[in-house]
Design a protein around this ligand. Structure first.
Ligand code: AMP
Ligand code: GLY
Length: 424
């Protein structure tokens, strides 16, 4: 059978990890990325096409005999990239614009959760700043304020003082710092507990759950400091059995999919609810309509089944015919970030030691923000690299990943990373 060409939309380490796994498929020939990054350039061809340039993506897919396209980024999904490909009768993995609302509109997703009885923080939506402030006064602090739309992961603030609450409400609703993404806000109850990431492959009829994952979002150890795009992941997280996953599927994933179905919306792709484990049970913090990053970097290391078969089955609606297998191993991803991240940071630092880990020693390095300058790989973003390892036990996995980082392994000036990934 002729090998198939695949186009992956996105430029994060998530897309690098997806491409890395796809390359292992005997069914896959050429792999293209749009736009791609330095790491993806080592395993396929970077097209440089922006993830939001839907016209060019379609044109490229047509002229390069692309069999399957995978849509990674939330903003491309919200812009309707899947709808556009489907209109052209081209195979694509990911939800339509309507279905992606579960992530792109927090008002939509909170409403859906309310309608379907999905456990989540109590909330109210607002468009008027003074009404919002009065509500905060009545509810008390701390309280959580969220822009409804996509805000590059920056649209959520946990306000501990009235000043903080007032400022963020004004920033979003009056000063419009997130543009239209802040036309509406959600104010919700503050919840406490450990967080986990749930992922489910969906084909519109059948659901297949990933093992439970954990992303460490805060910049500093002990989950302190501002949130980032993710500083590291672990999968599977110890302590969750298949009965737990079944319960999450029954009470959260299926009700969300069925609730959308009632509105005439069929969700296909990856549904990724972020959960918080409160003393009253698991509650949904948010729904994402895509793969998590850096969750995918860990997940791809322990997925046994050919990812091409899964992506195709989700796009075709044939997931029930496929048994998805995960290796009996643990995987972790440690993110190396630039000094100053998630605030302002310097770029252009030389990255040392990469040559030692070219898939060797069970270490696989996925790229976020890097650049090639004078034939040397240098830093070019806040998050720079994701160092992944697998092992039979949690200790073995983490020890292996951390052994690849530092003066004798991968390092750059100003490098910061959390030393407690997988431990807290
Ligand atoms: P979200 O994008 O809605 O998942 O929010 C980003 C992060 O903010 C979450 O991963 C949590 O760490 C935190 N967060 C969001 N909502 C709440 C809440 N209701 N209570 C406590 N923390 C929250
Ligand atoms: N792991 C965080 C995210 O993908 O949104």
């Amino acid at each position: 059978m002729a090998k198939k060409s695949v186009l992956i939309i996105g430029n994060l380490a998530r897309e690098h990890a997806l491409g890395w796994k796809l390359k292992q498929s005997s069914k896959v020939g050429k792999i293209y990325f749009a736009p791609g990054n330095v790491g993806t350039g080592f395993i396929g061809k970077n097209t440089g096409i922006d993830a939001l340039d839907i016209k060019s993506l379609i044109q490229f897919a047509k002229t390069h005999d692309i069999y399957l396209t995978v849509a990674g980024p939330d903003n491309a999904l919200a812009a309707g990239v899947v709808d556009a490909f489907k209109k052209e009768k081209m195979k694509i993995f990911g939800p339509t614009k309507d279905a992606a609302q579960i992530e792109s509109s927090k008002v939509f997703s909170k409403q859906l959760m309310k309608e379907e009885g999905i456990p989540t923080a109590t909330f109210k939506k607002f468009t008027d700043a003074s009404k919002a402030k009065k509500y905060v006064l009545k509810q008390g602090l701390p309280i959580v304020i969220k822009a409804s739309g996509l805000a590059l992961g920056k649209g959520v603030v946990i306000a501990k003082t009235m000043d903080e609450a007032t400022n963020i409400i004004d920033d979003i609703l009056v000063k419009k710092v997130f543009g239209n993404a802040g036309d509406e806000i959600i104010i919700e109850e503050f919840l406490e507990g450990k967080e986990i990431s749930i992922h489910a492959f969906c084909d519109g009829k059948t659901v297949s759950m990933f093992p439970v994952g954990r992303d460490h979002k805060a910049i500093f150890e002990g989950n302190r400091g501002p949130n980032t795009g993710g500083m590291g992941t672990l999968a599977p997280v110890p302590g969750f059995d298949t009965a737990f996953l079944e319960e999450i599927k029954r009470t959260i994933v299926l009700p969300a999919l069925n609730g959308m179905k009632k509105k005439g919306i069929i969700f296909t792709g990856c549904l990724y609810p972020g959960l918080i484990l409160t003393k009253h049970g698991p509650k949904v913090l948010e729904f994402n309509s895509r793969f998590g990053d850096p969750e995918m970097e860990s997940y791809m290391r322990i997925l046994e089944t050919d990812i091409f078969d899964i992506l195709e089955a989700c796009a075709d609606g044939t997931l029930s015919q496929l048994e998805i297998k995960w290796k009996k191993q643990t995987a972790c991803c440690i993110v190396l970030a630039s000094d100053g991240y998630p605030g302002a940071y310097k770029k252009g630092e030389i990255i040392n030691g990469l040559e030692k880990y070219d898939g060797k020693n069970n270490i696989v390095v996925f790229h976020f923000g890097t650049k090639i300058e004078n034939e040397t790989i240098v830093t070019n973003g806040g998050r720079v690299l994701g160092i992944t390892a697998t092992g039979k036990t949690l200790d073995e996995t983490l020890d292996k990943a951390y052994s690849a980082i530092g003066p004798h392994g991968i390092h750059f000036t100003g490098m910061q990373y959390r030393k407690d990934i997988g431990r807290v």
